[in-house]
Ligand binder design. Structure first.
Ligand SMILES: Nc1nc2c(ncn2[C@@H]2O[C@H](COP(=O)(O)OP(=O)(O)O)[C@@H](O)[C@H]2O)c(=O)[nH]1
Ligand SMILES: [Mg+2]
Length: 307
């Protein structure tokens, strides 16, 4: 019998079409920015575990690149194939799944994600995110009725991942869906990824945010050196990073006039690294050209895209 005081622990996949707020939700539940966020689709390229520990138990949240339609097309690059593989792989061995949708919308790609979850045969909790953007709250009720009609959800939660509303009820429901057991990770652990990986991602987040149009998709980041040293004012991380682009013209854009763009990208990335790691960071960045990296599976593996 379940005793109410027993601790629970389980894995929950966070699934949905690109740009609905999956990573924002994972960060809100974990309480730290471990998964990068931008207003561009396909910001998340990797499968990442967000570990969220509560008085009642622990959720291991599997953040995924969105499941998108392009996967079957001939033109899908190696990068897209890897992203879809990561999204589907995320459903293996989870105890429950969260389907994230954008309040007021439900389209073909949401249906695609719902169907992928039904196939996985795990309980699905519907998270209707971004309710802060709905002006007329009265419109939410008919929408909720419509999206659950004929579909099988273990629960439905209107939330704002950004404003952190509705999350307590969501956490309570998810904890009830995962088995009893001791936490799989320590209370102070927040992700399965290394600091080195997180540093690369935080730099890539700034590339996603600060570069226009298609350019972010032609860039990736590699951490060349990573070390910690003691200084008079406490520990400091020394990080050397390479931004890879595909052509010389792209290199010039990333660097910007007199290096201004790269400086701005580096300084914002450094600040978010300092916030996440809780210490001073010295970040050096270089831009290098490697033609065709995004369609080269070997290159992607060397950049860590197989994990
Ligand atoms: N207004 C609002 N924006 C949100 C909310 N959640 C996410 N966003 C924004 O939606 C965009 C995509 O978020 P992200 O977490 O990267 O989506 P993902 O692709 O599903 O992981 C970002 O600009 C977020 O700031 C929310 O609850 N309210
Ligand atoms: Mg994401």
């Amino acid at each position: 019998m379940n005793s109410p005081a027993a601790s629970r622990s389980g894995a929950v996949a966070v699934v949905g079409r690109p740009n609905v707020g999956k990573s924002t939700l994972v960060n809100a539940l974990v309480g730290a920015k471990i998964s990068i966020v931008s207003n561009r689709p396909q910001t998340t390229r990797h499968r990442l575990l967000g570990i969220a520990t509560f008085p009642g138990g622990q959720l291991q949240l599997v953040d995924t690149p969105g499941i998108h339609r392009g996967e079957r097309s001939q033109s899908a690059t190696a990068m897209h194939r890897m992203m879809n593989r990561a999204a589907r792989g995320a459903l293996e061995g989870v105890d429950a799944a969260v389907l994230v949708v954008e309040a007021g919308r439900w389209d073909e790609e949401d249906t695609l994600a719902y169907e992928a979850l039904r196939e996985a045969k795990v309980p699905v909790v519907l998270v209707v995110n971004q309710v802060d953007r709905i002006r007329e709250k009265a419109n939410l009720l008919p929408y909720l009725r419509q999206v659950v009609e004929g579909r099988d959800f273990a629960g439905v939660h209107p939330v704002s991942a950004l404003k952190r509303t509705g999350l307590d009820a969501l956490v309570a429901e998810l904890l009830a869906l995962v088995p009893e057991g001791e936490p799989a990770y320590g209370e102070d652990e927040i992700t399965d990824k290394s600091q080195r990986f997180l540093a690369a991602e935080l730099l890539r987040e700034q590339l996603m945010r600060q570069l226009g149009a298609e350019l972010p998709y032609a860039t990736t980041v590699e951490i060349e050196s990573f070390s910690e040293e003691a200084t008079k004012s406490g520990p400091m991380m020394r990080i050397g990073a390479v931004v890879w682009v595909e052509r010389d013209g792209q290199k010039a854009i990333v660097i910007g006039k007199g290096g201004a763009r790269l400086r701005e990208i580096g300084s914002k990335a450094r600040l978010s690294m300092e916030r996440l790691f809780g210490c001073k960071v010295f970040l050096e960045t270089w831009v290098r050209v490697r033609a065709g990296w995004s369609d080269d599976e070997a290159a992607l593996r060397s950049f860590g895209y197989d994990k």
